[in-house]
Design a protein around this ligand. Structure first.
Ligand code: HEC
Length: 163
């Protein structure tokens, strides 16, 4: 590099460093008060719509895991469904009571299906769970959201189904 270029480069670097500092000053994660930080973090809590988008996928995965006789994977999907409803209870307190009804009544029948490794028992359990999904949608003014009785496919790569 020629001697004349050196001051130019130094100036450019200083300029970049200045920009980085300015950016950091605006960054609530490093500069905000604890109150501001908490308020911002609260705004990032997942909404019911976010949670339910994943719920729809796990619903499909659960159905197809059962259909393909992948019982452990089915049980795992069921556990994740429960965790999603528990998360919703925390992030959307106004839905907590209706979510509790789901937790108390939706998943009880699956254990028998996994023990017997039996599709008919599983389908019965799946239908009971679905009825609780529908009931909760109804109670939360979203009765028009109706997950299919027989999902045609499922998104998990583990199940390797055509989409
Ligand atoms: C606590 C009540 C509650 C339970 C339990 C519940 N849902 Fe939901 N669900 C909602 C609400 C509320 C919405 C609408 C979300 C919004 O826009 O605020 C929703 C929306 C959805 C959506 C649409 C998501 C989208 O944006 O495309 C799907 C799919 C869904 N639910 C599936 C299910 C399935 C499957 C179950 C059962 C395994 C279930 N839900 C259980 C309350 C519930």
């Amino acid at each position: 590099m020629g001697k004349r270029a050196q001051p130019l480069l130094a100036a450019a670097l200083l300029c970049l460093a200045g920009l980085a500092v300015a950016e950091q000053e605006q960054d609530w994660r490093s500069r905000g008060s604890s109150e501001d930080k908490l308020a911002q973090v609260m705004r990032t809590l997942p909404s019911a719509a976010h949670i339910m988008n994943e719920m729809g996928q796990r619903y499909q995965n659960l159905y197809w895991a059962g259909k393909l006789g992948q019982w452990e994977f089915a049980a795992y999907q069921g556990e994740e469904i429960v965790k999603l409803v528990e998360l919703l209870q925390i992030s959307s307190p106004k839905r907590a009571a209706t979510a509790q009804v789901f937790l108390d009544h939706a998943m009880g029948e699956f254990d028998a299906a996994y023990e017997k490794k039996d599709w008919d028992t599983f389908l019965h359990a799946f239908r009971s769970m679905r009825a609780q999904c529908l009931a909760c949608h109804e109670k939360n003014d979203h009765g028009f959201i109706i997950p299919p009785e027989h999902p045609v496919s499922a998104p998990s790569v583990i199940l390797n189904l055509p989409r």
